[in-house]
Design a protein around this ligand. Structure first.
Ligand code: IYR
Length: 223
């Protein structure tokens, strides 16, 4: 493909005197996002999930290679199989495979090997990273900045979910190779995480420790 510059389309224009209100409102909106593991049974339509994944697909990526794939699962049987496989791995993790320092770091988050959210949530979105692609002649094509690109797209996905009043949990069973076969994804893709997605149940709780966010002075330097 050749380089063809076009004028910047869809420019978002904010009046100078409104900018601080706009950024502050968005900050307040994003402060209301929490990782949630208690899901209501309320269904979420395919159309909503599709539009949210389409939004994630608008993320920037290395060389615009878009090295991601999102598998959206609502089939209860499939969710149950994924839950069983994830809990099998987590059992091993929590009963010895995970080292003490890691288990101790998770204590304030209150996680354990039981993952009911994997079947309670109306949807599971399994995120895959395309480690390499293929050229027309079948040879391997290198993808650039795959982890960074998929991380950014996942951020887009999580904020699109939040914008829709939905919640999710970033879940990373370890190891999670089993997801390739269950999601019918090829060997050039690597599973990155599972997001159970839905509405928070009425009784949903979050770990108090998760509300402890670093203040600006600790996350920013300015020159
Ligand atoms: N995969 C395990 C352990 C786990 C690891 C981290 I880092 C977390 O932030 C939370 C959990 C699990 O899902 O329980």
């Amino acid at each position: 493909m050749t380089y063809v510059p076009i004028p910047l389309p869809n420019r978002v224009k904010i009046q100078k005197n409104e900018a601080i209100k706009v950024v502050s409102d968005y900050y307040i909106h994003m402060c209301k996002r929490h990782s949630v593991r208690d899901f209501s049974k309320e269904p979420v339509s395919n159309a909503i999930i599709e539009k949210i994944i389409e939004t994630a697909g608008r993320a920037p990526s290395g060389a615009n290679q878009q090295p991601w794939h999102f598998v959206a699962i609502r089939d209860p049987e499939k969710k149950a199989k994924i839950r069983a496989a994830a809990e099998h791995e987590e059992q091993a993790f929590y009963s010895g495979r995970g080292h003490d320092e890691w288990i101790a770091a998770l204590e304030p988050i209150g996680t354990n090997a039981s993952k009911p959210h994997l079947t309670d949530a109306p949807w599971l979105i399994v995120i895959f990273a395309e480690r390499y692609g293929f050229n027309k002649d079948g040879s391997r094509r290198k993808n650039y900045y795959v982890n960074e690109s998929v991380g950014i797209a996942t951020g887009f996905l999580i904020s699109a979910l939040h914008n829709a009043g939905l919640v999710c949990l970033t879940h990373t069973p370890n190891p999670m190779k089993f997801l390739n076969a269950m999601c019918k994804r090829p060997a050039n893709e690597k599973p990155i995480m599972i997001l159970p997605v839905g509405y928070a149940s009425e009784a949903a709780t979050i770990p108090e420790a998760s509300t402890n966010k670093k203040p600006l002075r600790d996350i920013m330097s300015i020159f």
